[in-house]
Design a binder for this molecule. Structure first.
Ligand SMILES: [Ca+2]
Length: 451
């Protein structure tokens, strides 16, 4: 009974960290420029330790060098606020967008912010907790085949559900020729840790990130696809050149394992390799470079702690057979969600960065990179109080964001005077920006980030 209560408490706490916030619909608004609030630049704050220190997890944070070019301060323009728990954003060749809403609707959004009615022909989804209609991406050949791919929590009877990958042809008001090309195994009860992101690589392989469904040990068990990244062809078949594993009973399709709940993924434009974000437990959120056949550790090897008790989990933070994360957050979870590599030139100092939306952290994280190394972390848009669910680069070269509150936002340079000593105390309409003082751990009056 005690164990059951503890398990329920874990689910509640995880849902609190990663789950939805109530949707909010506001009256119709035209596209308008909204200088909602200031930005926060976080440069050069530094954990400088090397090696693990169990009593001071911050000491394990890799040094964060200040970027050579201080990144430009940013604010946002609101494209629309008419969405309900949007989860994923996909740009189409004509400049319009597809947006999934977690309750099950797929909508088209025009470049000027007009939101369509839900498209007909989409499957029923298990919309509860973290489950529902999740990712959407166009086919690499969309211009000729009008095909889209999406993930969703699929009802599987007896209160069970599983992450599934659908493929369909996109019309003006409906999708047609729906096929389910991949299903996570097995279906499980409970509304948590579905993953799930879809990424095509340059050769046309399709990566699917799959969560552990709240059963961490299954992430190390290759007889299930819980806590795995799988690689399939666009018709759902398994590529013959996927990695081979020694473990008996391995199910087909596995590309990598030991993942907890990867809710962000993108193809690195420099290397062509898959990178993902994943939620840790209490602390230990990660950015990972995904290599064929590798073990990413969960729940054996993690920087995260047990929910509630704060006790260390597993065997430690490193192991010879486990691929270390490129970047991780301790002791407080930022809850990383959708992410995108920024290749545009609209934001000075941002080109070549990895942009990561965060939920509990309520900020846009900009990770500066050198090759496959993370060299710095800048934190933006903290004053908005928004949970940033997805990040994509638009065809106009600006980053676009989805928020759990129902907004689609475009990130643009911040104009106006610089104010060095500010904290996140501004209100909508502020025209100044905040800069975190070098070395400061937080602003005077700034609350904890795990809200
Ligand atoms: Ca890991």
């Amino acid at each position: 009974m005690k164990a059951q209560m503890k398990a329920q408490m874990k689910v509640v706490m995880q849902a609190r960290k990663q789950g939805p916030t109530p949707s909010r619909r506001v009256g119709a608004r035209a596209v308008r420029r909204v200088l909602l609030l200031a930005t926060v630049l976080f440069a050069g704050c530094g954990g400088s330790g090397s090696g693990a220190d169990a009593d001071n997890p911050l000491a394990t944070v890799a040094p964060r060098a200040a970027p050579a070019v201080p990144p430009v301060a940013v604010t946002v323009e609101e494209v629309t606020a008419q969405l309900s728990n949007p989860w994923s954003l996909a740009f189409l060749p004509d400049g319009s967008m597809l947006v999934t809403e977690k309750a099950g609707s797929l909508r088209r959004v025009s470049a000027t912010g007009q939101v369509s009615a839900p498209l007909a022909g989409m499957p029923a989804v298990a919309a509860a907790g973290q489950g529902g209609l999740l990712d959407v991406v166009p086919s690499p050949d969309f211009a000729t085949n009008r095909t889209i791919f999406f993930t969703f929590a699929e009802p599987a009877g007896n209160g069970n559900s599983r992450t599934a990958v659908g493929r369909a042809e996109l019309g003006d008001t409906a999708v047609t020729n729906l096929t389910i090309i991949h299903r996570q195994t097995p279906a499980r009860p409970g509304p948590i840790h579905f993953g799930s992101r879809l990424v095509f690589d340059r050769a046309g392989y399709l990566f699917v990130t799959l969560g552990d469904r709240g059963e961490g040990d299954r992430a190390q068990d290759l007889s299930t696809t819980q806590g795995k990244v799988v690689r399939i062809f666009a018709d759902g078949s398994i590529p013959p050149d996927n990695p081979a594993f020694a473990q008996a009973g391995t199910v087909p399709g596995i590309w990598s394992y030991g993942h907890r709940n990867p809710q962000g993924a993108a193809l690195n434009p420099a290397s062509g390799e898959l990178w993902i974000s994943e939620h840790g437990p209490q602390g230990g959120d990660e950015i990972n470079r995904i290599l064929a056949g590798r073990n990413y550790g969960w729940p054996r090897i993690t920087h995260g702690r047990d929910y509630g008790s704060g006790l260390p989990l597993g065997e430690g933070t490193t192991a010879p057979d486990v691929e270390p994360s490129l970047h991780y957050w301790v002791p407080v979870s930022v809850a990383p969600a959708g992410m995108a590599f920024y290749t545009g030139d609209k934001l000075a100092g941002w080109q070549g960065s990895l942009l990561v939306g965060t939920l509990a952290g309520r900020m846009l994280v900009q990770l500066t990179l050198q090759g496959d190394s993370v060299t710095g972390e800048n934190r933006h848009l903290q004053s908005f109080g928004e949970r940033f669910r997805d990040v994509r680069q638009g065809p106009d070269g600006y980053p676009y964001l989805l928020t759990d509150s129902g907004r689609l936002l475009r990130v643009v340079p911040q104009e106006g005077p610089l104010r060095i000593d500010g904290g996140p105390t501004g209100t909508a309409g502020d025209t100044w920006r905040h800069v975190r003082l070098p070395g400061a751990t937080k602003y005077p009056g700034e609350g904890p980030l795990d809200r």
